[in-house]
Design a protein around this ligand. Structure first.
Ligand code: NA7
Length: 538
């Protein structure tokens, strides 16, 4: 077992996805610190390294789904499609790692298994699964929000004679579906992307749906040379646009209520948004996520579309039997999702009505006793979101306080960035920050820059420790709750935003729903006031 003792580092960053790469660049190249990234994967890319399932694609448009901090970096890359596919994003992140010469400070195949704060030395000691240890003043988690796979505990999985895979741990050699009976469990954003592609090669595909879901066509297409030129020439305008919207997207939410227009006009606006495609559908009216009656107009429109597209009435009923407001769960976008159910080789099973009882050596059995013979099971069952990747690192702070103990009742922190009892630990896009409710690179850049400025401030003022004060956490948790409850977001019983997809996980609405613009202002103001609400010590 390799045993590397690395002392004298200023900072350890965990994860080499969008967050970790930029954090390394800022610490090393802007502040001149010695920093090391520990990455569990065998390559950089984070989410885009692991999620290689068929159809994996970003739901944010490519020109907004990239770093904006460097004009040169931005102009040196050209996206090929409206929504970049996994392989293209992974190439992009490798391009960034090379352009910024980051690889020499990234240790791959290094999954962090524990991190412990040593108060007398004011150091974090970090151990990886291979037994290597590293110590540094600052520990920064860049582990992503959706990186701990949720594989449901269904009895009998170990007995399954075929192949099973989770979309977030997709084999690098790929999965050959040809001639195979495939079952996909899950109809979240991932299942909705994967199902149409798997259906094209699998002999037969059975979709096991527990909660019917909305989806809007992505209307993906190659980018035209004109649009590519526009992007190349408008770095600043695009960056400013993503920084001016609540969700970090390069499009604004229309400033009109559903009830400002007639039902006929509304129908036309929804139809135009459907044809335009993508997450912009949500931007048609400002009150879709605020008012249930307003939301129902969008929900009804999409349900009617499902019934128009899907030819078999029973299947259409199942797909359109959606029990939550539109976009109260993360709204998927798709390419031919509902159309796929018109294929002769695709069938839908409602596992809310007849839950999965067991996996058998030859397939899957539902509670009504029906057996579904399967060669391959695809778990598109999501993630232990936001807290999962942090808790599995076994983080121990001051006086033996564990993060798992501190968060027994759900995540509590200040600004989504720091937890009392864990000095000099920063969590990029942690729970309590806008993160998953935004276009992620925008939230990531804001956090990385805030953390970098904070560390620069500490060094300039000879400050050895920064730690959230408990009373600041209380206030922030209250703000997070208030922001969520001003929307329809908490009004769905089975959302991963609430931790409801993981048995036993506390039901707490995790991301900050007050919008990126407001959040950026709050963080900036706190920093300007000398890091108000944090305890700083020499
Ligand atoms: P999601 O959105 O959590 O979707 C997971 C799906 O798997 C969802 O339909 C779940 O049904 C279903 N699921 C989970 N466990 C089970 C069991 N035990 N039985 C049947 N069905 C189950 O994950 P995704 O990977 O699609 O998307 C995650 C995010 O990645 C996405 O929002 C984007 O931000 C990118 P449920 O709804 O819980 O009833």
């Amino acid at each position: 077992m390799p045993k590397v003792e690395s002392k004298g580092l200023d900072a350890i960053v965990v994860g080499a996805g969008f967050s970790g790469l930029y954090q390394l660049h800022c610490l090393r190249d802007r502040l001149g610190l010695s920093a090391l990234v520990l990455e569990a994967g065998a390559g950089v890319g984070g989410t885009w390294y692991w999620n290689r399932y068929p159809g994996a694609r970003c739901d944010s448009e490519s020109h907004g789904y990239c770093y904006s901090f460097s004009k040169e970096l931005f102009e040196g890359w050209e996206w090929s499609e409206r929504y970049p596919a996994q392989a293209e994003i992974l190439r992009y992140l490798n391009y960034v790692a090379d352009r910024l010469d980051l690889r020499r400070d990234i240790r791959l195949d290094a999954r962090v298994s524990s991190a412990r704060y040593d108060e007398p030395a004011n150091l974090w000691h970090v151990t990886t699964e291979d037994g290597a240890t590293f110590s540094a003043r600052y520990l920064i988690t860049a582990v992503g929000c959706l990186s701990t796979a949720n594989i449901p505990e269904i009895p009998g999985l170990a007995s399954f004679a075929g192949q099973w895979v989770h979309t977030g741990q997709w084999p690098h050699e790929g999965v050959d579906f040809s001639g195979k009976c495939v079952g996909v469990i899950g109809t979240g954003s991932t299942g909705i992307q994967a199902i149409p592609v798997i259906a094209q090669t699998g002999e037969h595909l059975t979709v096991f749906q527990r909660t019917a879901n909305y989806s809007v066509p992505a209307q993906n297409a190659p980018l035209t040379p004109d649009f590519q030129r526009y992007v190349r020439e408008n770095h600043t305008a695009i960056r400013d646009a993503t920084r001016s919207t609540g969700n970090g997207q390069p499009f604004a939410i229309e400033d009109r209520s559903v009830f400002d227009v007639t039902p006929e006009q509304r129908q036309e606006l929804y139809e135009a948004a459907w044809q335009k495609g993508g997450l912009q559908f949500r931007a048609t009216f400002r009150d879709l996520l605020m008012d249930r009656a307003a939301n129902e107009t969008a929900s009804d429109f999409i349900k009617a579309k499902i019934r128009q597209i899907v030819k078999d009435p029973a299947t259409a009923d199942n797909l359109a039997d959606i029990d939550h407001p539109y976009a109260a769960k993360r709204p998927p976008i798709d390419t031919d999702y509902f159309e796929t159910f018109n294929r002769p080789n695709v069938s839908l099973v409602d596992v809310r009505a007849t839950p999965i009882e067991a996996i058998t050596p030859s397939g899957l059995r539902t509670r009504d006793g029906r057996e579904y013979p399967l060669d391959i099971i695809v778990f598109a069952t999501g993630f232990d979101a936001m807290t999962g990747p942090l808790l599995r690192m076994n983080i121990v702070g001051r006086d033996g306080l564990t993060l798992a103990g501190a968060w027994r009742g759900g995540p509590r922190n200040y600004l989504g960035l720091q937890v009392a009892g864990f000095p000099n630990l920063f969590t990029i896009t942690g729970p309590g920050s806008p993160s998953v409710l935004t276009n992620m690179p925008v939230a990531i850049e804001q956090h990385v820059e805030w953390i970098t400025d904070c560390i620069a401030h500490m060094r300039a003022h000879d400050i050895a420790r920064i730690e959230a004060r408990p009373e600041s956490m209380d206030r922030w948790v209250q703000s997070v709750n208030e922001a969520a409850h001003a929307t329809l977001l908490p009004h769905t019983p089975h959302s991963w935003y609430l931790g409801a997809n993981i048995p036993g996980k506390p039901r707490v609405f995790m991301p900050y729903a007050g919008g990126m613009v407001r959040y950026r202002d709050i963080c900036g103001e706190i920093a300007r006031k000398g890091y108000e609400g944090f305890a700083l010590s020499r």
